[in-house]
Design a protein around this ligand. Structure first.
Ligand SMILES: [Zn+2]
Length: 397
């Protein structure tokens, strides 16, 4: 902790003082710093490496004691305080909210709604992210979560379910994740996240924001977000996902593979329009795009000569109820993100790609009878024809 209560109930925060000043305070007497929550006497630690901080004595039962605060966390808190204090006149460190029994790392009073900053370097249960977020909102407080954990990166982002729970949404950034790296004093913003599997994502655009340029809310203009999404990356990963299903024979995949097989379809040669990365809402489904889009084909598009969007949505709902399609939930996102929009986006893209046609009565039908690649040669031909169309329809605004 960085903040303690004094005998006169005033709050005392270490980062407002130099190490020398703190050492002077400490000399004055032992029992002068108290936990604002449990009122136990605290120990002031002033090392050479870490940010000076308070600690409970070893045998304490205070809730605060269990919050493991690494040097990394203390540093993040100090750096973010320094920056936010330049932007807002009233920023508090570890502000205890009695009604919620919550102590956000930083609390900002503004002319409008106050903001609670939660810095997260260790994983906590997603139910806690959810309940804290709801608690803040009920009190009219805007929660702002900052992830300071490292993120595993290859050509894709690998996000744990905890990290995914901190994904947020804005109309400009689409679904995004904000990470702060205290050692480099830089924020890393991963925007326009497209799911490849349940735990891997393409960030169509990611950028670094130096701490001294960071603002709250995040101010980035669409012009700063270039169209950086490469359909090639998508098709490569789509292919890889399919190959992995066929290679590893996971029990989890068996029901899906069986359905494809008994339909007489060949997973390896499914047309590219099954498994389209849909902007921005594809992330709503935990089930990968190839799989849920195939269900739509199997349940509706292959089955009915004429179909309505309502029928497609109804069939998807059945799949969700049966657990064939799994939905992601995002505790931080308030917008009504239901999957109906995602299904409509898929139909729109199929229409744009002239795979389906909208009739005058508002219903749809296939533009050609279902006839897809049966072998590698036919698939290559399809890929060559369809890739430019895919490139065109995936062009972001
Ligand atoms: Zn305490």
């Amino acid at each position: 902790m960085l903040t303690a209560s004094l005998k006169n109930k005033k709050l005392f925060t270490t980062i407002h003082y130099t190490r020398e000043e703190l050492k002077e305070f400490r000399k004055k007497g032992k029992d002068q710093f108290y936990c604002p929550q449990c009122f136990a006497s605290l120990i002031l630690r002033i090392g050479n490496q870490n940010v000076p901080h308070f600690a409970h004595p070893a045998k304490s039962s205070c809730d605060h004691r269990h919050i493991s605060e690494s040097a990394h966390h203390l540093l993040s808190k100090k750096l973010l305080y320094d920056r936010l204090n330049q932007l807002f006149p009233e920023v508090y460190v570890e502000y205890f909210l009695k009604e919620l029994r919550q102590t956000p790392d930083l609390f900002i009073k503004t002319t409008q709604k106050p903001i609670a900053v939660e810095i997260q370097c260790s994983s906590i249960p997603i139910s806690d992210v959810k309940s804290r977020t709801i608690g803040y909102r009920q009190m009219g407080i805007i929660p702002f979560w900052v992830l300071t954990q490292p993120i595993k990166k290859s050509s894709l982002l690998h996000l744990t379910s905890f990290q995914q729970s901190l994904v947020s949404y804005s109309p400009h950034l689409h679904y995004y994740l904000l990470q702060f790296q205290p050692e480099n004093k830089v924020f890393h913003l991963y925007t326009r996240l497209i799911p490849v599997t349940a735990s891997t994502f393409i960030s169509a655009y990611s950028l670094k924001i130096p701490l001294d340029e960071f603002t709250l809310p995040i101010s980035l203009y669409p012009s700063q977000l270039k169209d950086a999404f490469i359909p090639r990356v998508w098709t490569t990963n789509r292919k890889k996902w399919i190959r992995n299903r066929l290679t590893y024979h996971n029990d989890r995949d068996k029901p899906f593979l069986r359905e494809v097989y008994f339909e007489g379809d060949i997973l390896l040669y499914l047309p590219l329009y099954i498994g389209i990365p849909l902007f921005p809402h594809a992330i709503l489904f935990l089930t990968p795009p190839v799989q849920w889009q195939y269900y739509i084909w199997k349940d509706v598009l292959k089955k009915y000569r004429i179909f309505s969007s309502k029928l497609v949505i109804r069939q998807v709902r059945k799949r969700i109820d049966r657990g064939d399609i799994k939905v992601r939930s995002f505790p931080l996102i308030q917008m009504e993100t239901d999957y109906h929009q995602l299904i409509m986006d898929y139909l729109t893209i199929l229409e744009e790609a002239q795979v389906i046609v909208k009739r005058i009565d508002g219903n749809y039908c296939l533009s050609h009878t279902w006839n897809f690649p049966k072998n590698f040669h036919e698939f290559e031909k399809h890929e060559k024809e369809f890739f430019p169309i895919l490139k065109h329809i995936l062009k972001m605004e």
